[in-house]
Design a protein around this ligand. Structure first.
Ligand SMILES: [Zn+2]
Length: 311
């Protein structure tokens, strides 16, 4: 019975929680902190539908937010400048082919800066991202691995498992092409690196980690003929070694998936800038709560209270 009750409760929770955040003034508080230049909102996407992306951009515009680029953020850090008021930074991970129409076109329409972090192998090979092989419907019944289980094993073992799946399943191109990368790079759209094979970096050997971090930069610079100096950790997975390798590879800044605001304190960690994740299957309202950080602030507390009361 519990197994049936839980998903229903989650649905109810996910429906009412955003309203709770609005009604209790949580969103208002975040907007106040932005308007006073205390925080910069940092939001990241993967492969949003056009409607969702445009709705969220419109919400920022209607609420008087100003979009800043990664270069502007770096200048704030390097010159210890005051935070601009109502600032928001948008980044995107992986380089999905749909980004071109659903995201780049919208960014250009509203003239806003976006940085896309590119995972180079799917671009070069014209196949799928490795998680897509793992989640492919044809192997669901015989599946013995998950993203979580592969997170626990050595990188070379993960590569073997994925290579085996690739020999059984064919997935058409999921990533942008090199030509498209060249075309979308513009005054609005900048490109950063996101490794070669999208590994769990902490499960790589020193040589593998170095190759993934520095190699993806070299590949991108070669394709684009321009400097690439920003990086995002796949799955937000990194440790002290990765921070050092990213710095040594010559990147000026890197992005984590820590759900937090950019503050005067957190910007000091220029190689692990926090970002709030947009959940692309969730509603616009829920994502407004996520993008403004209001969601994360009390989600766990609220969920704990609910499960104590009802389960
Ligand atoms: Zn990624």
């Amino acid at each position: 019975m519990l197994t049936r009750v839980k998903p229903l409760l989650r649905k109810i929770f996910e429906f009412f929680f955003p309203y709770y955040l609005f009604v209790t003034g949580k969103i208002r508080n975040v907007k106040k902190a932005s308007s006073e230049g205390k925080v910069i909102l940092s939001v990241f996407f993967h492969n949003p539908k056009k409607d969702l992306f445009e709705s969220l951009i419109k919400w920022f515009i209607e609420n008087h937010y100003n979009f800043i680029s990664v270069d502007q953020l770096y200048e704030i850090y390097a010159k210890d400048k005051p935070f601009p008021v109502n600032a928001v930074l948008l980044t995107v991970d992986d380089g999905w082919k749909e980004n071109k129409d659903n995201l780049v076109a919208v960014a250009n329409k509203y003239n806003i800066p976006v940085t896309i972090f590119i995972n180079t192998d799917p671009i070069k090979n014209g196949d799928g991202y490795w998680v897509s092989y793992l989640n492919h419907k044809s192997i669901q019944t015989v599946k013995s691995h998950s993203v979580d289980s592969l997170k626990k094993i050595n990188n070379s073992d993960r590569v073997k498992i994925i290579d085996e799946l690739k020999s059984m399943i064919s997935i058409p191109r999921e990533a942008l092409t090199i030509d498209e990368l060249k075309k979308i790079q513009s005054a609005n759209i900048s490109l950063g690196a996101h490794t070669i094979t999208h590994p769990f970096l902490v499960k790589c050997t020193d040589e593998e980690a170095q190759h993934e971090i520095k190699g993806s930069r070299d590949i991108l610079e070669n394709w684009l003929g321009s400097k690439v100096d920003t990086f995002a950790y796949p799955f937000g997975n990194y440790g002290d070694r990765e921070l050092a390798l990213v710095k040594a590879a010559g990147y000026k800044m890197a992005f984590s998936t820590i759900s937090d605001y950019i503050t005067k304190e957190s910007i000091k960690g220029i190689y692990k800038i926090p970002r709030f994740e947009v959940v692309e299957t969730a509603s616009v309202l829920e994502n407004i709560c996520r993008m403004t950080g209001a969601w994360y602030e009390i989600e766990s507390k609220f969920k704990k209270a609910i499960s104590k009361q009802l389960l």
